[in-house]
Structures are given as C-alpha cells and as structure tokens.
Design a protein. Structure first.
Length: 407
C-alpha cells in the first residue's frame, strides 16, 4: 500500500513489543479504513492460502492492533512472514491509483515488510524460519567476501576492462550461478560494438535485505558506488531485476541521494540497440513463446515493454502475450529476495505459486516460457523438475543469441 513515510535503518524511534511509531499507525489505519481490499485480488499468496491475514490489508491491520494496544508484536510474528514483496498490492491500492502516477510507484509496502521483520528480530522475537532466513542472507555476504576472484571468472576470456563509461554490473548470483546468461549478454553487447567494462569486486546488493545488515549494508552501498565511480561509470547496465531495484530504489532510500550515474536495465538497453540497427536478429527461431514478467521488473520498476519488443523482433517466434497488468497477479514464487528467504519460510507455498504460473503459461498454448530474471529462471526450473511440467524455460537472451547466431 502507499505510504507517506520512508523507513531508514537508523530511525531513532525503535518499536516496542506493544508499540509502533504513530506515522506507521496512521498509514495502517488508512489501510484498515479502505474496506475495498483490492490488494487481496492480486496477492499470489492469498490466491493459494485464501487467508486475508496474508495480504497487505491484513499486514497493516495487524500492526494497527499493536499500535492501539490490542495485541503484542511478537504474538503476530508469523503473520509477517507471508509477503513475497512482489509489489502487486501497491499497484491495486486505491490510494496509489488516485494520489500519483499509478504505475511507477514507490515500494513502501515492501519496505514496511522488511522493517517489521527486522524490528521483531531486534526485539528478540524469532518467527518461524527466521534463523534460516538470516543464515541464507549471511551466507551470500560470506560467499561474496570470500569469492572475489570468481566474480569475474565468468568473463576471463572475453577481454573486458575493469573500467569504462559503460559498465555491466552483476552480482554474486549471476556471476557464479547464471554465468551462461551473463556471458551471452556480454557477447551480444560486443557484437553491437558497445565498449563496456566490469568491476572487480562487487559487494552484495540484496534488495530490501540490506536493512538486516545495518551499517554493514550501508557500507556495501558506498563501496559499490565508489567502485563504479572509480571505474568511470556514466551508464550502468544491470542484468538482474533485483539488483536494478537495489540501485534505483534501495540505494537512494538508504543513503538519501540518487546514485551518480544512469542505471539501465539490460532489456531496455539492448532493445534500443535493436531499434538503432546495431543488432539485427536474422536467424528464425521457431518457437511458440509467452513471457513471464518478473515482479521486480514489472510491478516494482514499471519495465515491461522492452522484453516483449525483443521477443517480437526475433524472426520465427510465435509470441503469445499475457499483458503486464494481468501479470500483476503472478509471481514465480521466489519473491523479492536474492537469498530465497520466502522459499525458506514457506517452501511448499513457494512451489505452489510457481506451479500455478507455469500452468497458466501452458494454458496459453505456448511451449516456451521466456524470462528476464535469473531468480525466476532458477525457481521455474526447480518447479518444472519437481512437478514434471512439460514446458521449456529460456532466458530472453538465450533466444536472442540464437537468432544472432551467438554461442
């Protein structure tokens, strides 16, 4: 839901077990008074559980009950674990629709979710799965800190400098687990004649989860910004929607200022290259394809046109579109976390949400589901394997590279 506040990890006022700040309570009351519950319709979790306490409305009402003395925060702890932080509720909230640009909105409900969970942990109240959630977040930090060489290993034979006005910025996940996609993106950029570099030691980005790291999270932000500035970056191309949200929304929220360079999601950048004739897909790719809108790209960032345009530019593709507004109802089941925290908290629910999305893709008659997010890619492939669903999962750039005859 939309809100008038912006949470920061260094807020002077700390929550108590029986109290939350009045600025939060006012927003929660506004949500409680809404009565429409439009957030219920689009919530992927509610579609599976049918439990209204799992929607944004329920989340706000739970906090309101604490602020008004009807309940204790720790008694409601598990209630606050069901949000995917997909951003759908923000798009359907009447407050959002009538108080600003209804699509390119801020991500305040997602911030509220993180803040609430963080306050529970600070107060010493563990919710189900919280230890495993924190362990997963800290593991990413540990892996990133201890695996610096491997973060550029994917590019060892591509002759990419560690500087440039254009930088392809990746994170630990893509650099170590989705290297095939990252390499294809780099090769596509090189074919288009783009001069770009990479940075040596990117720090963890972790959208929404930097709050859990406190001052260490702020330090990671500063180090990434400084590394990009030192490299000479004026344009930063981001291939992961989660990292895109970090740089465009979380970094400004947590530091109070915009990043000092342009941040462009990779599909927007490459679609412009196709429009300019610097990339010309020629080889037909005979596939019946539909596209999955990643939550961090579609719902949180308002980017939905360029992935579709790229697919439509590829000869041989029979593209079956499910419009981006319909896909406000969808999620792969991974949620906003790079650390897979929702899957840790609710593994079966995560699977069911992902399976429903795959079945909806099959209902269109498509044989291939194209994705533009490495986390959706991983999640769908896991769900496909477990459910034995007969659908091909391909990254958009795997399809484009085939048409460009890049291997």
């Amino acid at each position: 839901m939309t809100t008038a506040y912006t949470y920061k990890p260094w807020l002077v006022e700390k929550w108590k077990d029986d109290w939350v700040p009045e600025e939060v309570a006012i927003d929660c009351y506004a949500t409680f008074a809404c009565r429409h519950k439009f957030c219920r319709e689009v919530c992927p979790v509610y579609q599976e559980t049918g439990n209204e306490s799992h929607i944004s409305y329920g989340f706000h009402v739970a906090l309101l009950s604490v602020s008004r003395g009807y309940e204790k925060l720790h008694n409601l702890g598990n209630t606050f674990t069901y949000c995917l932080q997909c951003g759908a509720c923000q798009l359907r909230c009447p407050n959002t629709l009538f108080t600003g640009d209804f699509y390119r909105i801020t991500n305040e409900h997602n911030v509220l979710v993180t803040k609430t969970r963080n306050e529970l942990l600070r107060l010493g109240f563990k919710f189900k799965g919280s230890d495993d959630m924190l362990k997963a977040i800290n593991q990413i930090v540990k892996d990133t800190e201890e695996a610096r060489l491997s973060l550029t290993e994917w590019a060892k034979d591509l002759d990419l400098p560690r500087y440039g006005e254009t930088i392809l910025f990746t994170d630990y996940f893509m650099a170590t687990q989705m290297t095939n996609i990252l390499r294809l993106i780099a090769k596509i950029l090189k074919v288009a004649g783009i001069k770009f570099g990479i940075i040596e030691n990117p720090k963890p980005t972790l959208p929404y989860e930097l709050d859990y790291l406190g001052e260490k999270g702020i330090q990671y932000i500063k180090e990434n910004i400084e590394a990009l500035k030192k490299a000479g970056a004026k344009t930063v191309i981001v291939p992961d929607p989660h990292v895109y949200v970090s740089l465009t929304k979380e970094y400004p929220r947590l530091t109070g200022s915009e990043v000092p360079f342009d941040v462009v999601f990779v599909t927007d950048y490459i679609w412009n290259l196709i429009k300019e004739g610097k990339l010309v897909p020629k080889k037909p790719v005979n596939k019946k394809v539909t596209y999955h809108d990643p939550c961090m790209l579609n719902k949180v960032s308002g980017i939905w046109e360029s992935p579709r345009n790229i697919l439509k530019s590829i000869p041989g593709i029979e593209f079956i579109d499910e419009d981006h507004v319909t896909q406000w109802y969808y999620c792969c089941g991974n949620g906003a976390s790079e650390a897979r925290t929702f899957k840790i908290l609710h593994e079966d629910l995560s699977y069911r949400i992902g399976l429903k999305r795959l079945n909806r893709a099959l209902d269109t008659g498509a044989k291939t589901l194209a994705v533009a997010c490495p986390h959706c890619n991983e999640q769908f492939n896991e769900v496909k394997l477990k459910s034995k669903t007969e659908i091909e999962i391909l990254d958009i750039f795997e399809i484009l590279a085939e048409s460009l005859e890049i291997r």
